[in-house]
Write a protein that binds this ligand. Structure first.
Ligand code: OSB
Ligand code: MG
Length: 373
């Protein structure tokens, strides 16, 4: 397909409530979108980088620079036929996987539209509904947390994930577990612990957690494998898994028993599928993580979650948990059974609200026309 235009935009979108993790609080999202025009169609991609390079080394600003000066011109100089051509096109650029995913995912969206099939089908998806969980940030106190958990369970969500850190863990789990003994409960530390905390982490076994997500260093496999030997609870790796090779290494070393797949973190749909397949071959279930996405990224997460080895509820939840008004139509809703219905229209299956996007845009830049000539 001939690339006729690539437009980058930054939108400012306030969250309906602050989201606190072990690495900080997010109140306002700076959403970076790429819009790619080709042969009368428009594909959309979202960059999941944070406002600061705290989750990964990328940030909204670093991704903007790399997209504008490196990846955008590289893509514009080619005519990719498939989303799967992007990793080769971007091969020279090391890292910057969230920036790469922004463009690659927009090409997959375009390809699905061109073929007239739902994005989920193009990816090899097998489900028409996906199971949803929620990720609940660190709160000011336990009563506040309990009322949020109560509300999310009433809404139908099938798994509650609690963000944790030293000082916001065991007491919190005790309170939630004693009130709801049977629910699927997990926690996510975002690398807040060290190996010297191993005895403390072993005490989490008492709460029958579905998993402990990324307890140790963001780039580690080895110490997680040492910790996993001591735990009954499954470790789930998020930050550590950058690609298929990492998934294979983690499986080989038994660093985890579950993998969280995030499109941005692994560099786009191609690598996400590769991680999914590698995990499936080794009997490791996966689920789709979230990065406080707007509707564009959320629609891509829904499509990804239809692959067969996504057997655990993901962090893909309703638009209204994040935004007063989402930038897609219809917005993402979750049924009382805790499921999202996968759209069956061509492409991502949700329209973008162009007027609202224009109104929220604070920065807009086209990939220089020279590169597109
Ligand atoms: O580790 O899964 C994480 C949000 C920002 C950065 C990292 C993470 C998260 C979440 C939120 O847990 C998931 C969501 O989008 O609801
Ligand atoms: Mg995580």
């Amino acid at each position: 397909m001939k690339i006729e235009g690539i437009i980058l935009r930054e939108l400012h979108l306030p969250l309906v409530r602050p989201f606190e993790t072990s690495f900080g609080v997010t109140r306002n999202r700076r959403i970076l979108l790429a819009e790619i025009q080709s042969e009368g169609l428009t594909g959309w991609g979202e960059c999941t980088a944070g406002e600061h390079p705290y989750f990964s080394g990328e940030s909204t600003d670093s991704a903007w620079q790399v997209l504008l000066h490196e990846l955008g011109p590289m893509l514009a100089a080619e005519s990719p036929e498939h989303g799967g051509d992007c990793p080769r096109i971007f091969r020279k650029v090391r890292g910057n996987r969230m920036a790469k995913a922004t463009l690659e995912n927009a090409i997959w969206d375009l390809e699905a539209q061109r073929e007239g099939v739902p994005l989920a089908h193009l990816l090899g998806g097998v489900r028409d509904r996906v199971a949803c969980g929620v990720s609940i940030g660190i709160q000011s106190g336990i009563p506040e947390l309990l009322s949020i958990v109560e509300k999310e369970l009433a809404a139908g969500y099938r798994r509650i994930k609690l963000k944790c850190k030293p000082g916001w863990d065991v007491e919190v789990f005790e309170n939630v577990r004693s009130r709801w003994p049977g629910i699927q409960l997990s926690c996510d530390a975002n690398s807040a612990y060290r190996l010297r905390d191993a005895d403390h982490l072993v005490s989490f076994d008492a709460f029958d957690l579905l998993m402990i997500e990324q307890p140790l260093w963001y780039d580690d496999f080895y110490y997680h494998s040492m910790l996993q030997k001591r735990l009954n609870t499954a470790i789930c790796l998020d930050e550590s898994i950058r690609n298929r090779r990492d998934a294979l290494a983690a499986a080989e070393m038994e660093s985890c028993k579950i993998i969280n797949i995030k499109l941005g973190r692994v560099g786009g749909f191609s690598e996400a599928i590769a991680v999914h397949n590698a995990a499936q071959e080794r009997g490791i279930p996966v689920w789709c993580g979230g990065m406080l996405e707007s509707g564009v990224g959320r629609s891509h997460n829904i499509a990804l979650s239809t692959l067969p080895n996504f057997t655990l509820p993901g962090d893909v939840s309703a638009s209204a948990r994040y935004w007063q008004e989402d930038i897609i139509e219809p917005e993402v809703t979750v049924s009382p059974e805790g499921e999202i219905e996968v759209p069956d229209s061509p492409g991502r299956g949700f329209e973008v609200r162009s007027d609202l996007i224009e109104r929220l845009t604070v920065r807009k830049e086209a990939i220089p026309a020279l590169a597109l000539a």
